[in-house]
Design a protein around this ligand. Sequence first.
Ligand code: CA
Ligand code: CA
Length: 446
Amino acid sequence: MTGFKFMVPYLQDVNSSSQKGISPLIAAVLLIAFTMAAAGLFSQWAPNLLEDIQEETSEDQRGLSSAASSSIDIAYSKYDPNSGNVSVAFRNRGEEELSNFTVTAYGDTPVQKEVDETLGSAEIATVKLETSGKPERIEVSHQSLPISDEFTDFESGDTGNEDQNDVSAPEVKTLSAVGVNSTNATLRGNVVSTGGETPDVQFKWGADEASLDNTVEIGAENGEFSEKIVGLKSSNTYYFQAEASNSAGADTGSTENFTTSSVVIDGFEDGDRSEYTVSRGSYDVQNTISYNGSYALHTNSDSRSDIYSTSGLNAYPRPGDTFSIWLRQDAHSSISVGFGGTGPRDWNVVNMVAGDNTARIQVMDSSSTTTLASASPTLSYGEWYKFTVSWGEQGQDMNLVVQDSDGTELANISASDSTHNTGGIIGFESWGGSGGEDRYMDYIVK
Ligand SMILES: [Ca+2]
Ligand SMILES: [Ca+2]
């Protein structure tokens, strides 16, 4: 407003000088000039004024539109004559987040409580008021939006200490798992609505999406909850659901899944075979040829050479596991990868003979070798091949997939045998001729 105050005395000066002979025309021109100057000054502060007005208007519009799409619902109200307290649970029935509520209990002496909790859509807040007497009416209102709800349905007579209204089944969501590694994961869920009564929650989980046969009970929860599960298998996909139930019903969240990471049983990158016992022939860890990293296990022993490990490695194949290993032969020879059983000549093996284009699943028992399944992939000398074994939960079923280094599947065979069904061992039996045939083994992973 300072602009106008500045202009007025100036105009008066001009008017007074008209007595000295300024023509009406010049006076009119001056008046127009002053008007334009006034308009220029006005425009300097007017934009702010207009913006302020616009902001206030749009705030009002926002308030009105939130009020139109918002509502509060008293889920239940309980009066406890022993404590003289009233518990009130109310819910945000609209889509927009609300905060700042007022709860009033009307009776002989009205009691009021302000609740600054923030409620998302369908979320519930619970408050307690010390009324020292049964209220006639409970009102929950919003402090700025014209929305409220009332509850008056207290039973007549004082025998009942609780009047309930509208307890409904809870709503729960399954959230993604966190902290997933090769053996552990933390499952997460969220009670998005208690339905007016805090629900008990649990997770159902398992490796078979069609039957989640493990249950972890957690107890009463409101909001986010989680549970760490341990002892999982590496490189495995698990499925889980969050569930919540109260006296009015139950809800199950969506099915989520996660995949545990793999474990390198041995990549030989420490450059030694100190975790192994060589019971026949010789083996060394060399760094000239490797599939992954710098080092690989190697033998060029004549005839048969045996090596195995039962302790010191990161992990061992166990029933239920899928494990893989890379094998390479540079001349006519064979490599058998042993697992289960007690060691060389007494375990299950998968066998590769590049010179014969042969891959087999065999069982060795008391020095007899039985071929359970056989395939004829095309195998070349000097190439790495991936042998992947899926070992059934009971230790009987075995599946072998052979792939080349491009990932192309060359063989896929299955067998079942119950002779060796416990894990905890990995090793090799390898045959060469008498020409120092080089054989390599690297990157055992499960
Ligand atoms: Ca290696
Ligand atoms: Ca080692």
